[in-house]
Write a protein that binds this ligand. Structure first.
Ligand SMILES: NC(=O)c1ccc[n+]([C@@H]2O[C@H](COP(=O)([O-])OP(=O)(O)OC[C@H]3O[C@@H](n4cnc5c(N)ncnc54)[C@H](OP(=O)(O)O)[C@@H]3O)[C@@H](O)[C@H]2O)c1
Length: 282
């Protein structure tokens, strides 16, 4: 039995490869997974803050797709709880959704959390794979903040980033979960899943200009200006600082890695920034 915590798109992809009776999902709010329950998937309601609920949810599972929690101050503690429970109930293999920039010294806090979690899984004695996913292009609209209306992307200096689509990652994750022979033999436990190119915000402005037929400029603003603007939009200062960490990390080359594995697994090119721009703004 495969145990999958959340990520509904991965579950839908898995259902094209395994029968519903082989799949279980663990969610905080079971109504969100009612469509999976209707298809015969076992849906358990559990939270990383309550080990006993996880014990019930993970029971009988062989493989666990542990979907990481984003940027929460409790993220590492919550991941550790899930790993401990997985070990306790006899799960054999953990797949963990990490980040291509996972590093204990990364200025982006979430990437430090991923590195810490990877270290903990590696010490668990379980078989494990860390899916080092490229930065999700789904997060771009929030970062770009209405570029079509304003005619510009206002953001601190950034660096090339391998912006990667959820749908490609969900499909590749389902392939790896159901066919471990597809796991690269030469990379150990770390499995990089990224788009084929790394593009900075200048490149994104050009893709948006092409798709919309409107000139979208790239305007670099200072870190101070960014923090002021973000707090004015209603975000707490610590969140604004956490987002600033993304820019710092990307200028240091933290998110620029690309790897052919995702393309190999999908049998097609992963979504490019131009295709993303067409899908979202076309
Ligand atoms: N942003 C990026 O570019 C990027 C890149 C690589 C990797 N990642 C990692 O990939 C992860 C998954 O991304 P995503 O887009 O699927 O994010 P997401 O939709 O926010 O997924 C996070 C999930 O964690 C669940 N969760 C939060 N707190 C929990 C708790 N206490 N107990 C149990 N479940 C809890 C949430 O459940 P609810 O549905 O109940 O809210 C949510 O479904 C991210 O969290 C991040 O760590 C992100």
């Amino acid at each position: 039995m495969l145990e999958v915590t959340i990520v509904y798109s991965s579950s839908q992809n898995l259902l094209t490869r395994v029968s519903p009776s082989q799949l279980a999902v663990s969610v905080r709010d079971s109504t969100k997974a009612s469509h999976l329950a209707e298809q015969g998937v076992r849906v358990a309601q559990a939270t990383f803050d309550d080990p006993s609920s996880l014990r019930e949810a993970f029971k009988g599972g062989e493989k666990l797709l542990l979907v990481s929690v984003d940027n929460s101050e409790n993220a590492v503690k919550q991941h550790k709880t899930a790993i401990d429970v997985a070990k306790e109930v006899g799960i054999k293999t953990i797949f963990y959704t990490s980040h291509i920039g996972a590093d204990l010294n990364c200025p982006f806090l979430a990437c430090q959390h991923h590195a810490e979690t990877e270290e903990y899984i590696s010490e668990s004695g379980l078989q494990w794979y860390s899916l080092r996913n490229g930065f999700y292009n789904e997060g771009l609209p929030m970062m770009l903040n209405n570029p079509i209306e304003s005619g510009a992307i206002y953001a601190p200096e950034d660096g090339p980033t391998s912006w990667t689509a959820h749908k490609d990652l969900a499909e590749a994750t389902a392939i790896l979960l159901t066919d471990e022979s597809k796991l690269p033999k030469d990379r150990g436990n770390l499995v990089p899943l990224t788009a084929s190119d790394a593009v900075d915000f200048q490149g994104i402005a050009e893709a948006l200009s092409q798709v919309t037929g409107k000139a979208i400029n790239r305007v670099v603003i200072s870190d101070e200006q960014f923090l002021e603007n973000t707090v004015k939009c209603g975000l707490p200062e610590f969140v604004a600082n956490a987002i600033l960490g993304i820019y710092k990390a990307s200028t240091q080359g933290g998110f620029n890695k690309v790897d052919p594995l995702l393309e190999d697994l999908l049998g097609r090119k992963p979504e490019t920034v131009s295709e993303w721009a067409k899908r979202v703004y076309g």
